[in-house]
Design a protein around this ligand. Structure first.
Ligand SMILES: [Zn+2]
Length: 286
């Protein structure tokens, strides 16, 4: 499995072969009409919560299951798959002439950690009008942050782990209460002492550094990595950067804490590609 995306990106020689060598996942996809306008995956984790980076021939307009996929000036693109995506998806490229190329993608299912609870789901206490107003404003701020287009290039990089420590919560795990599913865990939890530096996993631009803690997320920092890919760092005790700052991979951008809804000091690292929630572990070397 190719994990070093940066390394794989150079390997475009021999495009006529259709699929860049070295990616097991890409080898499973079959490219059609490659000779006229190539559409290939260069490296990928074709599984729920995973991603792929590819190369589109000049002039191709891409869509994934009907949603437009932007391409960089060099033809590179990123696609990614929600926790419940699959089992198949179609990536299509079209030229104005009507020519089209299609990559059928098999999105491997995951065996999510499901905890079955033999008790009814706790009935939601009716939130107060005041809480609803605050929460709606917080959600609107995160949505507005993700709508900012920065041109960051971190999406091309193999990511690094943002903090050392025990993995205390996996992406996608879920409790089911007497058959009724609760919401799943949307990120990766890393337990670490308060004050531990949080390192930026890939280059980006800070799109949100909320001075006041959010009700659930606490002190929230969000970084755009470009092409619709963004990181969220929750429960921080401090931010070390400001909104609008360009940040580099490995730069200390915040400190671990337990602000917001947290039972102990830890980093919750969430990754999204547009609305799709992704598994951060699939962006790190194994
Ligand atoms: Zn978490």
């Amino acid at each position: 499995m190719i994990l070093d995306r940066r390394g794989a990106l150079g390997a475009l020689a021999g495009l006529g072969a259709g699929i860049a060598a070295g990616s097991i996942d890409a080898a499973r996809a079959s490219a059609t009409s490659i000779n006229a306008a190539p559409l290939v995956l260069l490296s990928s984790r074709l599984t729920q919560g995973g991603w792929a980076i590819g190369q589109a021939g000049r002039g191709l307009t891409l869509d994934l299951a009907g949603a437009p996929v932007p391409t960089a000036p060099d033809g590179r693109f990123l696609i990614a798959f929600d926790r419940d995506a699959g089992p198949a998806a179609l990536l299509t490229g079209k030229l104005p002439s009507g020519y089209s190329a299609t990559l059928p993608l098999a999105i491997a299912p995951r065996a999510w950690r499901i905890e079955r609870i033999d008790a009814p789901m706790r009935p939601p206490s009716l939130p107060s009008a005041e809480y609803q107003r605050i929460r709606a404003a917080e959600v609107a701020r995160t949505a507005a942050a993700r709508a900012i287009v920065t041109g960051a290039q971190g999406w091309r990089q193999a990511m690094i782990r943002p903090a050392a420590g025990r993995l205390s919560g996996r992406f996608g795990s879920q409790r089911v209460y007497q058959g009724q599913p609760g919401s799943y865990h949307t990120g990766l939890d890393i337990a670490a002492p308060t004050g531990t530096p949080i390192l930026c996993p890939a280059d980006g631009v800070v799109i949100l550094a909320a001075a006041a803690p959010f009700t659930l997320e606490g002190k929230l920092l969000m970084v755009d990595h470009g092409m619709g890919l963004s990181s969220a760092f929750l429960h921080c005790s401090a931010h070390l950067v400001n909104q609008g700052d360009a940040v580099r991979q490995g730069q200390a951008i915040a400190r671990v804490g337990m602000t917001g809804r947290a039972t102990g000091p830890h980093l919750h690292w969430g990754l999204r590609w547009h609305d799709a929630r992704l598994d951060p572990l699939l962006f790190l070397p194994a």
